[in-house]
Design a binder for this molecule. Sequence first.
Ligand SMILES: [Ca+2]
Ligand SMILES: [Ca+2]
Ligand SMILES: [Ca+2]
Ligand SMILES: [Ca+2]
Length: 476
Amino acid sequence: MRVVVSSPRIANNLIIRNSVAIDTNTPPPGIASHGAGIYCRLSYATITGNTITENEVLDDFDGSGGGIFLAYSMPVIEGNRITLNHAEQGAAIFSQTLSAPQILGNLIQSNTMYAALPFYQGSASGAITVQQAPDFRIEGNTLADNTAAVGAALNLSGCRAGRVQNNVITGNRAYDPTAFGGMAGGIYLMVLSDAVEPIYVVHNTIVGNVASNIFGEQGGGIAFALPAGSDRLVIANNLIVSNSSGLYQTPTPLPPDGRATLAYNNVFNLRSNYLNLAPGTGDFSVAPGWVDAANGDFRLAPDSSCIDRGSAAYTVRVDAVGTPRPLDGDNDGTAAPDVGAFEVVHPLADSDHDGMTDVWEIEVLLDPTRDDAALDPDADGAVNFDEWIAGTQPRDARSVLRLTIPRGVGDAVRLRWLSVEGRTYRVEYRDKLLDTSGWQMLEGERVGTGGELVAEDRLPSASGRFYRLSVSRSRL
Ligand SMILES: [Ca+2]
Ligand SMILES: [Ca+2]
Ligand SMILES: [Ca+2]
Ligand SMILES: [Ca+2]
């Protein structure tokens, strides 16, 4: 598919087994073959929900973009499965000069160039390669099992601004079949001094990636190059764990190299954690404790020491699955972001101290990070805190506690309301609003069933009577 000067929506397609051979028409022969799955030029494409698999660019000189190629484009690439594609550079996605891609929530797995010496020498740069972007966002993706010589999952060079956040980067391997190369199993960055903003690498879970070669370790997790005078790289709140090694800064011939800002990363790897650089402020090194690493579930276990250990200065508003940050994941009364891509929700915590638990606020789409108890977003007359007590939905005006009192009284008054399980109700009455004897209970307390409840007043006052319904949360 070739897209030029347009903003198409490319959704829910299967794009499979397309092949771009070596381009013999563009002089000099044998160069410039790009975009076997989708080729975008001057395009604002929205590319969502596609499966893009087993596509190949066979040019082993500078072929790029086995899955998707971008030139002068600003696409949103979201929620796709991009697997088993082949190209020399960017086997999954290659983004060329002046493209500003947003790559969100995709599965990018097992992309690489063929390695069959002497014809094919594997991928030179990683599954997603972004070069000289004015800006980019790579967020919430799973990048797994990709192979390339430099930056097996991500290779980001000469970009002027951008963010890599909330990604899970696992099982990628920096490998060059000539056996001399292999740098940055997870992420490779080269940041020049003309970057207009820092490149932010924050809240990623980078685990089990490899960059071992005959020279030793060159950044199983992350490797970066900062020429002298370049310091616009922030690496914070990441889990960099169980990689062959942690962070590696390439030495440049003429020191001093630029310095990256490292902060609040957990760097805990098989061999060296830091090569050619020092730990940053708040960096630490412990086994994180996963939910189920064997099955690829890299959320933090409930007792993980990475909970609430991140820095608010470098956080992202939501985690990889949309859970708001920061939450009080250890329920000690203070909320702070967790390190890595996922925020832990403690079953009892109330991070914003507004009386409603995080679990419930997330379930009913309220904000668990700020006091919104007194708001009434569905305008049904019940504020959020009252809906929490009543067990009704704060974003659904039809869901509200209301006592229905029939007009026209016969020999008995039947009062009705919709009940909720786990709640206890009492109906009370008085004959005059200013009755000094106070409210009298009608019948006993009633336990919510999830259905309608009826209370019957068999001796209504002939001159009129006031009723009220109160609700409380039953004990758990
Ligand atoms: Ca937290
Ligand atoms: Ca709360
Ligand atoms: Ca309401
Ligand atoms: Ca409501």
